[in-house]
Structure formats: C-alpha cells, structure tokens
Design a protein around this ligand. Structure first.
Ligand code: CTP
Length: 132
C-alpha cells in the first residue's frame, strides 16, 4: 500500500484545504495527515488557532479521502513522523517549496500549487473587518 503524508494547521477549514488534501490523496492509497498542535501553531505564527486541535483533528479525520490523523507537535520531527507512519510520499503546498527537500532520502517530496486567493489568515482578517 502506498502511503502519503501531509501536514498543516487547517484552522478555519476552507476550500484550499480540501483541494490540497484531495490532491495529496490521489498520489497513493492511504492519506495520513499531521495536524499542527495549538502550541506548535503559536510558536510558528505567534497566535493560537481559532479552532482547537481536537476540533481540527475531528474535521480532518471526517473527510472521505483522509485515512488517518495525528497531532504534529514539532516541525523538526518530520522525518520521524514519515518513518513512523511508513509514508513513501510527502505532499506540501508550494508555500513550503524546498523546505522539506532534506527528507528526500526517506521519501518522495511533492509540492503542490496553493489554491489562489484564499487562506485562513485572510478569512480571519475579513471577518475582523466586518465586525468593526
Ligand atoms: N493550502 C493550499 N491553498 C490555500 C491555503 C492552504 O493549498 N489557499 C495548503 C497549504 O499549502 C498547506 C495546507 O493547505 O499545505 C495547510 O495550510 P494552512 O497553513 O493550515 O492553511 P492557510 O490557509 O495557508 O493558513 P494561514 O493563512 O494561517 O497560513
């Protein structure tokens, strides 16, 4: 069985998230998703996600093309997670282009183009501006 792995925060779930997960799944038979923990997100973006890690994991695990979900607690552990889950392909959005080439000895690394004109950050900003 060919296993694909991908990672992300997937906060305030949107169509760009669906698109990348669906395309990632098409590279194999089994898609496992590392959902960034609340603390990891704080260390990356200096803010906590709107949705809790439990809710984000529940949303991702309910998708029909997602086979398994786990909590990603450290960016440095990518290689361990890949090996632990037996993944032969790592898929990331191209905002990460080149950043995970260092795991290429362990698995194939594919960067897919992002869906244009949508992001969690932008949705939060739009909602904030409407609420003012
Ligand atoms: N993604 C995508 N297209 C978008 C937004 C996100 O393909 N328009 C992908 C990212 O490249 C990543 C995954 O979805 O592989 C999870 O991204 P995440 O950072 O959780 O979503 P963003 O909307 O980019 O969040 P933020 O604005 O907080 O950075």
């Amino acid at each position: 069985m060919k296993k694909v792995i991908t990672f992300g925060t997937f906060d305030v779930f949107h169509v760009g998230h669906i698109n990348i997960l669906e395309r990632a799944a098409s590279y194999g038979d089994y898609l496992v998703v590392g959902v960034s923990s609340d603390d990891l997100n704080f260390s990356k973006k200096n803010r906590y996600p709107i949705y809790s890690q439990q809710d984000r994991m529940r949303i991702i695990s309910s998708l029909k093309f997602v086979s398994d979900v786990f909590l990603e607690e450290s960016l440095e552990k990518k290689l361990e997670y890949i090996q632990e889950h037996g993944a032969s392909v790592l898929v990331m959005g191209d905002d990460w282009e080149g950043r995970f080439d260092w795991v290429k000895d362990a698995c194939e690394v594919i960067y897919l183009p992002r869906t244009p004109s949508i992001s969690t950050t932008e949705i939060i900003e739009v909602v904030r501006s409407i609420a003012k």
